[in-house]
Design a binder for this molecule. Structure first.
Ligand code: SFD
Ligand code: AMP
Length: 665
């Protein structure tokens, strides 16, 4: 029986494993898990699984619009080199165990994508490039991909997410998938607060609250967009680089469940084609384009000396993404903008070296790159009469986003692989020398510090540059370790530490607030008794933008500004309790904001704790405007206490497992 608005139906279910999210990581897990479940069945253990996504899997998450490159494919490369690249791009503080583990597994996911029908560009025996559909040898049989950069390969990927979701759906069975379910909270076990026992959410289509009990859960609900005031305003509002689905649910729910977070000070400020947020990778890497200031000067060479301020990272052959921004921002601050992608020269140069067929193909790709993954940018080219071979396009650094799988590394602290990670207790007792700080492995790959709670993709901190393929691969790794965990905990009976009636009342509170007060005024949005989720979001964005290093201050902040932000966020949290929901869509918006605020708070607290500016070009602490290798080449981790609502930040030692000296000139 479906409920009514204000009086929802309550559905309680018990499964062994719940997958939260329907993006690359959960699709990977959904595909992989069935084979381990089958194996467990043969050994006499039945394991049930369910996947819930707030949206529709075919087009949800970061890959919704499609992609035109797979940014992580190791192929002929060495996973140790990949580990070095990840570390360098993230200014030295990443988990080598996680990156290496990903590097040695990721290709298998890419081979599966190709088998499922994803067209992957190939190079023929004469070295000519072809679209993937030309019947050339598959990658797994030795086919040669077209590398745009050292790690990236080109695809015809408009339908990438459809293809990957289809495989997951087929494996899981549609009866084990529920779409349009927004998960609001994880619930700890009544008898063991360090264990996870359930989750609660609601349907965005029906008046229904769902309560799940489980033994293990994969929380892979992406990163976080829209905590900072976006550059898009007015008719452009809503357009952002990062997918609108991902509202910090992963970080906020994990934190509330007591999981240790890591590197939440890190953020990603992508340089994108202005206004449409179109990708730049293909231009820089495949087309070998250069970016310039308004006067045609290449700022990477003009400002190269600025890199000397950041040893050893400034000496790397490819400077980190944040440092590239740092050199560009100098031009903007000096009044030498706009910044341009020199598409005209790049395309002219390609004509010099390529065959006419390949030139035609690449000129079409200039458009297809956007059509595959960011259609809005084509709209801008058309609207502004831009033909890339004739007119250059503006570039702009965007508002900050929080994520752990692209060129960022915030997220949750997880257990690493056993063979690369810390020695086990038995090994310790046997006197095997410590080759890693103890604490990087506690049994199950990708399990957080909360028992039974796993994460992948954007959820895993301190290991960026996984991208779409790596997130899928990491989801598959989780599937295997979750099944093992469930088998090892066969007799565990989950019991929730909160009363179901209380959960339902909490989740539908914004609806109750609306129904109670809606007749107090004649204009639905104007009411002293409530605030709309949209207005609350504006407030959050303004605070973050102006005090926590958003675009308003050229990504600058300092201790005093952070203190103001802290106070204002406290007040915002008080007002958040008064959010209204006039329909189910607003209820979704209300809870997204709740997740955003906690994520924003974690970001602010971590920046406050780290007494340096580790990511120049992404953010600057103007009062600590340097990288301090001696004192701060360490992880900053934090734990949130859901009862006291307090964050505790602390340092964890960093160790390089792979020699990094090769990186620096
Ligand atoms: O152009 C809830 N990425 C790229 N990767 C590549 O390999 N090549 C590219 O070309 C890429 N480019 C790119 C990329 C990302 C973005 C944002 C853009 C462009 C604009 C990176 C990958 O896309 C990324 O690494 C993976 O998608 C990460 O996977 P995952 O699973 O961690 O996140 P997801 O796919 O976004 O999925 C999240 C899911 O969670 C759901 N969800 N469900 C229930 N309850 C809640 N509370 C939920 N909150 C969220 C979402 O609906 C979604 O299903 S380029 O820059 O280089
Ligand atoms: P993007 O389109 O910026 O998301 O980038 C796609 C891929 O290209 C990612 O792996 C980036 O790290 C990489 N990339 C983008 N720009 C550059 C650059 N200027 N130099 C080196 N790598 C880049």
């Amino acid at each position: 029986m479906a409920g009514e608005f204000g009086n929802p139906e309550v559905v309680e279910e018990e499964v062994d494993i719940l997958l939260i999210g329907g993006g690359m990581a959960c699709c990977g897990a959904g595909y992989e898990i069935m084979r381990w479940i089958e194996a467990a069945k043969k050994d006499g253990t039945d394991i049930s699984v369910k996947l819930v996504d707030k949206a529709a899997m075919d087009r949800s998450g970061a890959v919704a619009q499609g992609l035109s490159a797979i940014n992580t494919y190791i192929g002929e490369m060495d996973p140790a080199d990949y580990t070095r690249m990840v570390s360098n791009d993230l200014m030295g503080i990443t988990r080598d165990d996680l990156a290496y583990d990903l590097g040695r597994h990721v290709d298998e996911s890419v081979h599966l994508f190709e088998e499922w029908g994803l067209p992957i560009w190939k190079m023929d025996e004469n070295g000519e490039r072809h679209d993937g559909s030309k019947g050339l040898t598959p990658l797994k049989d030795g086919g040669k991909p077209v590398r745009s950069g050292k790690w990236q390969i080109m695809i015809n990927g408009e339908s990438y997410k459809w293809i990957v979701a289809e495989a997951a759906k087929k494996a899981l069975g549609t009866e084990n998938i529920e779409e349009r379910i927004f998960i609001v909270k994880l619930i700890n076990d009544k008898n063991d607060p360090s264990r996870i026992a359930g989750a609660v959410g609601f349907s965005t289509r029906e008046n229904k609250v769902v309560v799940y009990k489980f033994k293990a859960c994969l929380l892979a609900a992406g990163g976080c967009v829209n905590i900072f005031r976006p550059r898009s305003v007015g008719e452009g509002t809503g357009r952002a680089w990062y997918p609108v689905w991902n509202s910090g649910s992963t970080y906020a729910m994990a934190a509330e469940a007591g999981a240790e977070l890591t590197m939440m000070e890190n953020r990603f400020v992508p340089t994108r084609f202005k206004d449409g947020y179109g990708p730049v990778g293909a231009w820089f890497l495949l087309f070998k384009a250069k970016a310039t200031n308004a006067f045609g000067e290449n700022y990477m060479t003009k400002n190269a000396k600025m890199l000397d301020d950041y040893p050893p990272y400034g000496r790397a052959a490819v400077p980190a993404s944040c440092l590239r921004n740092h050199l560009m921002l100098k031009e903007m601050k000096d009044g030498n903008g706009p910044i341009y992608m020199d598409t005209v020269t790049a395309l002219a140069d390609l004509r010099e070296t390529l065959s006419p067929r390949e030139v035609k193909h690449l000129e079409a790709e200039a458009w297809e790159d956007f059509l595959d993954m960011c259609i809005g940018q084509c709209g801008i080219w058309v609207g502004e009469n831009i033909e890339p071979e004739k007119k250059n396009s503006e570039l702009m650094p965007t508002e900050p986003y929080l994520l752990g799988s692209h060129s960022g590394c915030c997220g949750i602290w997880v257990s690493g692989p056993t063979d690369l990670g810390a020695p086990t207790d038995e090994e310790y007792s046997e006197g095997i020398p410590e080759h890693l700080p103890k604490g990087w492995n506690w049994g199950y790959r990708s399990m957080t510090t909360v028992k039974g709670l796993f994460t992948a993709g954007d959820g895993v901190g301190a290991s960026g540059h996984k991208f779409s393929s790596g997130s899928h691969a990491e989801g598959r790794m989780c599937a295997k370790s979750m099944v093992k965990y469930v088998i090892d905990n066969k007799d565990y009976k989950p019991e929730l530490d909160v009363d179901v009636d209380q959960l339902v009342a909490d989740i539908y509170q914004p609806v109750k607030t609306f129904l109670e007060h809606k007749d107090y005024t004649t204009a639905i949005d104007i009411n002293p008794n409530y605030i709309t989720p949209k207005m609350l979001q504006f407030r959050l964005q303004k605070i973050m933008d102006e005090y926590v290093a958003g675009v308003a201050t050229y990504y600058n902040t300092n201790e005093k500004m952070l203190a103001v932000a802290e106070e204002k966020l406290e007040m915002l949290k008080e007002d958040a309790l008064k959010m209204r929901a006039k329909d189910l869509h607003e209820l979704l918006r209300a809870w997204e904001n709740y997740h955003r605020i906690l994520t924003a708070e974690a970001h602010m607290k971590h920046i406050q704790f780290r007494q340096e500016s580790r990511y120049p070009g992404f953010y600057y602490r103007t009062d600590k405007n340097f990288v301090d290798e001696e004192n701060w080449k360490c992880f900053v981790n934090s734990i949130y206490d859901k009862n006291t609502k307090k964050w505790t930040c602390f340092k964890r030692a960093h160790t390089d497992l792979v020699d990094k000296s090769k990186l620096f000139k």
